[in-house]
Design a binder for this molecule. Structure first.
Ligand code: SF4
Length: 351
């Protein structure tokens, strides 16, 4: 059961309460390049992204946000570090939320200005603590960015916002170390009822980063912790969205498009199951419906798995069987298997 947090509205997306865990990503273009940024946001939308964050590094980025917000097909979040004036400009440009790192805007009056402007525009703020930017006084006390230091940093920021009567908050406290991040979020979850945005920061290239994120985010989500997630990858952000949905679908928290099940191959396999699975994966991209499609390499486990899926193929020697909704419906030559599988999917999809 998910921990019930207060509901926060980011544009038309609601998080917290019983709302589904929302998928977030970040554009990797210069935000001031409106055309490239909007193009990336469109691709993210097609991939299923629900919230997009844009880095605001300078005045040009902040000013570009008004056009981006007007044309983006999802709520836009401004990511601010260091310069409180950029936060004010971003709010005026019409963003749906801002993310600030209190460790980088470490002056009370500047933070107060941000709070006042967010209140005026009625938008939420994410307090995004990062293990790499703990305020100096806290770092001095703990020596390193330990879990306790990160938590104290979040606690101090929340107390400051609350003191100024601002409660429309989302919290995050990302770290590079997976288990430290898990520990940090568990404490924040116990202590606060603000929605939590989960992520493992600087997770890495797609292979390593997806695994690290799946472990960290997966442990937390499985304990009912987390309201939005971002899988940070050194890659096209569309991969971040795909990885996020893999995590959510695996945990049974969301349904999103087709799920491909393919056998890992072994010595019983007489076909090139890798090529067949890749071809099926490619053709499945045009489908939006949630369905399980199994691609199995032999007649030992193949028919059983293919029957359990919504659609499937089990290969043999030169021939294979096609399954739909638990029944074997065709036997076809290996080279026609994928074409026939998709004919069968199209015929049966909404029946
Ligand atoms: Fe091996 Fe057959 Fe299982 Fe694939 S389905 S891993 S080929 S036993």
């Amino acid at each position: 059961m998910r921990s019930k947090k207060r509901v926060v509205a980011i544009g038309d997306v609601r998080i917290g309460g019983r709302h589904p865990v929302a998928v977030q990503s970040m554009t990797k273009t210069k935000t001031s390049d409106v055309k490239a940024t909007l193009n990336q946001i469109r691709r993210l939308k097609r991939a299923g992204c629900e919230l997009v964050r844009c880095a605001v590094v300078n005045k040009n980025d902040a000013e570009a946000l008004s056009r981006i917000c007007a044309l983006a097909a999802m709520p836009v979040i401004a990511d601010i570090h260091f310069d409180y004036r950029l936060a004010l400009l971003a709010v005026d440009a019409g963003v749906d939320k801002i993310r600030v790192n209190p460790g980088n805007i470490n002056t009370d009056w500047k933070m107060k200005r941000i709070i006042e402007r967010a209140k005026e525009k009625n938008i939420p703020v994410r307090i995004g603590v990062n293990s790499g930017s703990i305020p100096k006084s806290i770092l001095k006390k703990y020596g390193h960015p330990t879990v306790a230091a990160v938590v104290e940093s979040a606690r101090r920021a929340v107390a400051f916002f609350s003191k100024h009567d601002f409660h429309d908050m989302v919290l995050s406290a990302k770290g590079v170390d997976v288990m430290d991040t898990v520990e940090t979020y568990k404490i924040l979850n116990k202590e606060f009822d603000f929605p939590l945005h989960l992520g493992i920061t600087e997770a890495g290239l797609p292979f390593q980063g997806s695994i690290k994120s799946a472990v960290g985010i997966g442990i937390l989500l499985n304990q009912g912790i987390g309201d939005t997630i971002r899988v940070s990858l050194t890659a096209d952000p569309v991969h971040e969205v795909a990885a996020a949905y893999e995590i959510l679908v695996s945990l049974g928290l969301r349904q999103h498009g087709p799920v491909l099940i393919s056998c890992p191959m072994c010595g019983r396999c007489d076909v090139d199951i890798g090529s067949i699975a890749r071809e099926v994966e490619k053709r499945l991209k045009k489908y939006e419906n949630y369905m399980k499609v199994a691609v199995m390499g032999c007649v030992v486990n193949g028919p059983g798995e293919a029957r359990e899926a919504d659609f499937g193929i089990a290969c043999g020697k030169g021939v294979g069987a096609v399954f739909a909704r638990g029944k074997e419906i065709r036997r076809v030559q290996e080279k026609k298997l994928v074409d026939i599988l998709f004919e069968v999917i199209d015929e049966n999809l909404d029946t």
